[in-house]
Ligand binder design. Structure first.
Ligand code: SF4
Length: 473
C-alpha cells in the first residue's frame, strides 16, 4: 500500500473544542410557523450524536441546538445551499441528461471503480454494491485510507469490543492512543467517555482516569489526567513492552526502552488495576508505518488485559457513516472494503483493490464517487489519474465536490431530507429521519436509476480481468 500521509493532514483544521452551543442561529427567521424537531442525529462525525434539535421555518433550518464546532458550520452551509440538481461538466443539466451520460460512461467502461460511501447511508450503500456487481466494478470505501489497517488487524487477531453506552456507564479508565478526539470528535468526551454519570460512576469525570498516548501534545491533553509521549513510530515497541509487564510486573525493562522503566511500569499497573478500561485508537496508530501490525499488537495487549480486568478497544472513526459503509459491504459481499466484482463474485485484497492503489497503477477507466471529501487524501499520482478518466460524482448540496465530475448529481441529505441509517463508531445503527423535503433525489435513487437504465442484460459477458496475485488465485 502507498505510504500514508501525515496525520496532521487528516485532522480537521478547526479550533479547540468547547461544549456544544446550546443554540445557534444559522439563518434569519422568517414569519412562517416554527417547527422544532428534537432528537435529530448528526452524521458529521462517527459519534452520530442523536440529541440535536433543529428549528425549521418555511422548510428551512434556521436554528440548531447542541451542535458542536464541527456540526454547526455543516448545518449552516446546508441551510444556505441550493445548487442545480445535475451538471454535465460545468454546465447545468437535467436529471435525465445526467443519467443518460452516466449510463454511457459505465456502458463503455471495462474497469470501473465505485468509491466513497461514508457520507451516504445504508440505502445508498446497498445500491452502490448492487451497481458494482452489475458492472463488474471494484468498490471501496474511505476506510481504505483511514482505518483499513485496523480492519485487517481485527480480521487477524479479533477484537475485545463494547458499545459507547458501556463506556459511558462503566469505563473508569479511558485511554486515547494516536488520536485527538477534542478536535476530531468534539462531543465524544461529553456524551461517552469523560463526563457521563452512572450508578457505577456517580461523579462522572471525577470517577475516571483519562490517559492520552501520542507522539505530540495535542488539544486533547488538556482533558487528560496523564499524557504519555511516545517517539514517532515507536508505538509497536511500547505496546510489546506493556504486554510483557502486564504478564509479569517484575519483568526486566531494558535500558533503551521507549519510556523510562518507572513510567512504563506505572502505565502497565494503571491498565491492569482499573475496573473497566477502554482504549480508543485513531489514525496515529492505524496510518503509522505497518499500521495493521501496530493495531494487531494493541488488540493483543487488550486481550491480555482481559485476564486481569475488563478491557475493550474501539476505533475512533471520523466520517459520519464509514462504519455503515463497511457493514453494508460486509453483509452484501462478505468483505468490508477493497472488493472487486470483476469476475462476477467478490474478491477482497487491500492494496490490490484499494482505490488509491488502483488509481496509482492506472487500472481504472471510470469512477463513481459517492461523496468526494476524502479524494484530497489520495496521493498526487492517484489524483492525477483520476483527472484523466470519466467521473460520475454524487455529492450533498452544501459540499463543494473535490472532483468536478464529468457528470454530477446533487443528492439529498440522509437524516434531513431522507430516511436512512448511520452506524456510529461502535457499529450501533442509528435511525435517520426525514425532517423536510428536498428537490434533490437521494444517492440511492440516482444509483438505482442508473442500474435500471443499464438493463438486466448488462454486462453482455463477464469481462476478463488482468490476472494478479490475489487471495483466491
Ligand atoms: S461530535 Fe460529531 S456527531 Fe456529535 S454533534 Fe459534533 S460533529 Fe455531530
Amino acid at each position: 500500500m502507498s505510504p500514508p500521509k501525515k496525520l496532521a493532514q487528516r485532522t480537521p483544521p478547526l479550533p479547540s473544542p468547547s461544549d456544544p452551543q446550546p443554540s445557534t442561529l444559522i439563518a434569519q427567521p422568517s414569519p412562517s410557523p416554527l417547527r422544532i424537531e428534537t432528537d435529530v442525529a448528526c452524521t458529521v462525525c462517527g459519534c452520530v450524536c442523536d440529541d440535536l434539535s433543529l428549528h425549521f421555518q418555511g422548510g428551512q433550518i434556521v436554528r440548531v441546538e447542541r451542535a458542536c464546532v464541527l456540526a454547526e458550520p455543516w448545518f449552516a452551509a446546508l441551510a444556505q445551499a441550493a445548487p442545480p440538481a445535475a451538471f454535465l461538466g460545468m454546465q447545468v443539466a437535467t436529471h435525465e441528461q445526467a443519467i443518460t451520460a452516466a449510463v454511457e460512461i459505465l456502458s463503455h467502461s471495462q474497469a470501473p471503480l465505485i468509491y466513497g460511501l461514508s457520507r451516504s447511508s445504508t440505502p445508498g450503500q446497498r445500491a452502490a454494491v448492487e451497481l458494482a456487481e452489475r458492472v463488474g466494478a471494484t468498490i471501496d470505501t474511505t476506510a481504505s485510507i483511514c482505518h483499513g489497517p485496523s480492519i485487517m488487524a481485527i480480521q487477524e487477531v479479533g477484537e475485545s469490543t463494547c458499545t459507547l453506552g458501556e463506556v459511558a456507564c462503566r469505563a473508569d479508565l479511558v485511554v486515547f492512543w494516536g488520536a485527538n478526539p477534542a478536535v476530531s470528535h468534539p462531543r465524544h468526551f461529553e456524551r461517552y467517555s469523560l463526563d457521563p454519570k452512572s450508578d457505577l460512576l456517580p461523579r462522572g469525570r471525577a470517577d475516571r482516569r483519562v490517559i492520552l498516548i501520542n507522539d505530540v501534545l495535542n488539544e486533547s491533553a488538556a482533558f487528560a489526567d496523564r499524557f504519555v509521549a511516545v517517539p514517532e513510530c515507536r508505538d509497536y515497541e511500547l505496546i510489546w513492552q506493556l504486554r510483557e509487564l502486564v504478564r509479569n510486573e517484575e519483568a526486566v525493562v531494558s535500558a533503551n526502552s521507549v519510556l523510562p522503566a518507572e513510567e512504563l511500569r506505572s502505565l502497565a499497573r494503571e491498565f491492569k488495576r482499573c475496573r473497566y478500561g477502554v482504549v480508543f485508537f485513531g489514525l496515529g496508530l492505524a496510518q503509522s508505518k505497518q499500521g495493521h501490525l501496530v493495531v494487531s499488537a494493541l488488540l493483543e495487549l487488550v486481550a491480555d488485559l482481559n485476564a486481569h480486568t475488563r478491557f475493550a478497544a474501539r476505533r475512533l472513526r471520523i466520517p459520519g457513516d464509514v462504519a455503515g459503509a463497511d457493514s453494508v459491504l460486509c453483509w452484501q459481499t462478505g468483505f468490508p472494503f477493497a472488493v472487486n466484482m470483476g469476475r462476477g463474485y467478490p474478491r477482497y485484497n487491500p492494496g490490490e483493490f484499494s482505490a488509491q492503489n488502483l488509481l496509482e497503477r492506472g487500472e481504472v477507466d471510470s469512477c463513481v464517487l459517492v461523496g468526494t471529501e476524502s479524494i484530497r487524501e489520495f496521493s498526487e499520482q492517484a489524483q492525477a489519474h483520476l483527472a484523466t478518466i470519466p467521473t460520475i460524482v454524487l455529492e450533498y448540496p452544501h459540499i463543494e465536490p473535490q472532483v468536478p465530475g464529468h457528470v454530477r448529481f446533487t443528492t439529498s441529505v440522509y437524516g434531513i431530507h431522507a430516511t436512512g441509517t448511520a452506524y456510529r463508531m461502535d457499529e450501533t445503527p442509528i435511525p435517520l429521519r426525514q425532517l423536510c423535503s428536498s428537490p434533490y433525489p437521494t444517492d440511492e435513487r440516482v444509483l438505482r436509476e442508473i442500474l435500471r437504465r443499464l438493463g438486466d442484460g448488462f454486462p453482455p459477458q463477464v469481462l476478463p480481468q488482468p490476472s494478479r496475485n490475489t487471495l483466491d488465485d
